[in-house]
Design a protein around this ligand. Structure first.
Ligand SMILES: C[S@@+](CC[C@H](N)C(=O)[O-])C[C@H]1O[C@@H](n2cnc3c(N)ncnc32)[C@H](O)[C@@H]1O
Length: 230
């Protein structure tokens, strides 16, 4: 497989979740018309799903390659916080035998803000679409569960690997998940996330390793791998 099976609705979610995949023209249109018109109108009718698919697939492959240098996914219990449409998790599931838990938001904000959100009001997902995308791309229905962050009781078990790319502490405060993460982590649980304050994570974890620097982007974030939560 060199692409995912996806339709225009999923392509729209991907653009809302990964704005770097928008073409320069789309980004210009966003600047010109504003984020509200871009999110609610332009992304509904003016996307090239095929090229978004190819680029998203390539990007998720490179995300997986990086993580594979540090993590062994086989026979692991995984938690994905803000995994978007789950392209990375799909690629992991093709290669490794593991179980996925997704915690996500089940709405798309009227005006998508791509920065920090103190109140964590921003959501760019649709959990029915997420489920159908995973199934359409052959993820076994016995191998995953999806939880709505705002409505569901969150899974209460110990996870081996927790992944939150460009979500927890990138768009909203780590503290809103800290207590929960303490409950669902064991000593060797590994959490991977993107943040602009990597140093602060030494307050929360005994081991913090930087595995990637995004210094060419506006946010200048770092990807950290944290173990042994305090
Ligand atoms: C920038 S997107 C990143 C998506 C995906 N991780 C990726 O790398 O393509 C951030 C995601 O976090 C989700 N999100 C926002 N608040 C959340 C929360 N409290 N819990 C879980 N997910 C959340 C959004 O709905 C969105 O899908």
């Amino acid at each position: 497989m060199v692409k995912f099976y996806l339709d225009n609705k999923i392509a729209r979610l991907i653009i809302l979740q990964r704005i770097e995949l928008a073409t320069p023209l789309l980004k210009k249109i966003r600047k010109l018309f504003g984020r509200s018109i871009f999110s609610n109108y332009i992304t509904k009718f003016f996307l090239n799903a095929n090229s978004i698919n190819k680029n998203y697939y390539t990007l998720m492959q490179s995300e997986l390659r990086l993580l594979e240098n540090y993590l062994d996914f086989n026979n692991k219990e995984l938690l994905s916080i803000g995994g978007g449409v789950g392209g990375l998790e799909l690629l992991i599931s093709k290669k490794y035998n593991c179980f996925f838990n997704f915690i996500e938001k089940n709405y798309i904000s009227k005006k998508v803000v791509y920065g920090w959100d103190d109140n964590n009001n921003e959501g760019y997902n649709d959990l029915n679409l997420l489920k159908s995308f995973l199934l359409r791309n052959d993820m076994n229905k016995e191998k995953f569960k999806i939880f709505d962050y705002d409505q569901d009781i969150l899974p209460d078990k110990k996870f081996d690997i927790i992944i939150s790319l460009y979500s927890l502490d990138y768009h909203y405060d780590f503290n809103i998940y800290y207590k929960y993460l303490k409950k669902v982590s064991h000593k060797k649980t590994i959490l991977v996330l993107d943040t602009i304050r990597a140093e602060s994570f030494k307050i929360f974890f005994n081991k913090v390793e930087i595995i990637k620097n995004d210094d060419q982007t506006v946010h200048k974030s770092k990807r950290v791998m944290c173990t042994d939560i305090i």
